[in-house]
Design a protein around this ligand. Structure first.
Ligand code: NAP
Ligand code: ZN
Length: 405
């Protein structure tokens, strides 16, 4: 769908090793060959290391590289002193769930229970936890554990801890594999749990826990939250992208959407408030917008060239890459060097930053545009997401009457 301008694609990067892609902790290296034959060994190891995983949970999992979600029963740990147990109400469907389900990055440990855009109600509180009480409305995003000791952990930037473990497909401190929010309840360490502000609905807030914080964080890094009047670009109008547009407008910027989908223009302008819309397959439109944007966030889930995007930036402009296609993206040198432009990555956000983002959303009344789906329709929603047929986030109704969990 992305159509790079070939004359600008001067330098195609050679293929990376898997280890240079999305995640790179030692533990993840151990997990790069998730063969079915290893599962029984893995289960035995888990059985040895996690005797307190006594709670049976129903959920949905992908069991193998078929990429299909099926009903699945599994175990979670008992609620520890630092834990809270959360009755899950809603879970957003992130494109990352699709990448993991289909083993796009070669690091999936089947069975995988996806879901890291979770909202729910606290039903148990560990004795060390002062921050939360029974009945609190809370959320869990991408993070399940980190080392707690490094500079990043100590300065509330634990999302960059070298030992970071994710809400699903991670390895928790007790050696168990983490399972995500496509399930009835979860046990989470309170240090990775946030409070949902009272004025935000639980369903349309769920995707803020990943999609929201992932685009908020680069806005903050580039000092765009409190200094209005910049020209901001958003590439890819999906789950992350539509929230980036909402943040950009709420923070007082001129927002341009760069999209492969001309049919999204009306909505982008009228519903989301975008000021301009560029069809990225239209060379004339790209040319007309050269050197106009101060900052761009790239959310495109598939392989594409960064060259045409960089050309849209002013001299010294910044491109924040948050997307994680399974193939290396093309990075021609000329648009970088002629415009003295910078590219920076960004990996979700820390727990405190996520709380800050939710409070900002509460103030500006920002939530996601969602389509609620039943648990039985997860595969259909995934197929539609893969076909770019969603406005703009599917959210699974985990606790509703139609749920079979
Ligand atoms: P999404 O809802 O599917 O949106 C992606 C958008 O990319 C689509 O709406 C579409 O926008 C564009 N697109 C899709 N396929 C394309 C293709 N073949 N060529 C060109 N454009 C295409 O996905 P998402 O949930 O927002 O996630 C986006 C990416 O961010 C994923 O790779 C995900 O894994 C990653 N992610 C990273 C982090 C992080 O921490 N860095 C966190 C969450 C997600 P248009 O129709 O407008 O072109
Ligand atoms: Zn996500």
């Amino acid at each position: 769908m992305w159509s790079p301008c070939s004359s600008q694609s001067l330098n195609r990067l050679s293929s990376h090793d898997r280890e240079s892609s999305f995640f790179s902790t030692d533990l993840l290296f151990l997990r790069t060959e998730p063969q079915v034959s290893e599962q029984s060994l893995e289960s035995q190891l888990m059985a040895q290391t996690t005797p307190n995983h006594t709670q049976t949970v129903s959920g949905w999992a992908v069991l193998n590289s078929s990429g299909k979600a099926v009903p699945h029963t599994f175990k979670r740990r008992e609620n520890g002193v630092d834990d809270v147990t959360i009755e899950i109400m809603y879970c957003g469907i992130c494109h990352t769930d699709l990448h993991f389900a289909r083993n796009d990055w070669g690091i999936t440990m089947y069975p995988v229970v996806p879901g890291h855009e979770i909202t729910g109600i606290i039903t148990k509180v560990g004795s060390n936890v002062n921050k939360f009480r029974l009945g609190d409305r809370v959320g869990v995003g991408c993070l399940a554990a980190s080392c707690l000791e490094c500079d990043f952990c100590k300065s509330s930037r634990e999302n960059y801890c070298d030992q970071i473990q994710l809400t699903y497909n991670g390895i928790f401190w007790d050696g168990s594999i983490t399972y995500g929010g496509y399930s009835k309840f979860m046990v989470a360490d309170h240090r990775y749990v946030v409070r949902i502000p009272e004025n935000l609905p639980m369903d349309a807030t769920a995707p803020l826990l990943c999609a929201g914080i992932t685009v908020f964080s680069p806005f903050k890094d580039s000092n765009l939250v409190d200094s209005p009047g910049k020209k901001v670009g958003v590439v890819g109008l999906g789950g992350l992208g539509h929230l980036a547009v909402k943040f950009g407008k709420a923070f007082g910027h001129h927002v341009t959407v760069i999209s492969t989908s001309p049919f999204k223009e009306k909505e982008a302008r009228e519903r989301l408030g975008a000021d301009a819309f560029i069809v990225s397959t239209n060379a004339r439109e790209l040319q007309a917008a050269r050197r106009t944007l101060d900052f761009i966030v790239d959310t495109v889930s598939a392989k594409h060239s960064l060259g045409p995007i960089l050309e849209l930036l002013t001299v010294n402009g910044t491109l924040a890459v948050v997307c994680a296609p399974d193939q290396p993206m093309e990075l021609p040198a000329f648009p970088l060097i002629f415009g003295k432009r910078s590219i920076r990555g960004s990996m979700t956000g820390s727990t405190s930053e996520t709380q800050e983002m939710l409070d900002v959303c509460s103030k500006h009344n920002i939530t996601c545009d969602i389509e609620l789906v039943k648990t039985d329709n997860i595969n259909e929603a995934w197929d539609r997401l893969a076909r770019n047929d969603v406005r703009y986030r599917f959210v699974i109704d985990i606790a509703g009457k139609s749920s079979n969990l």
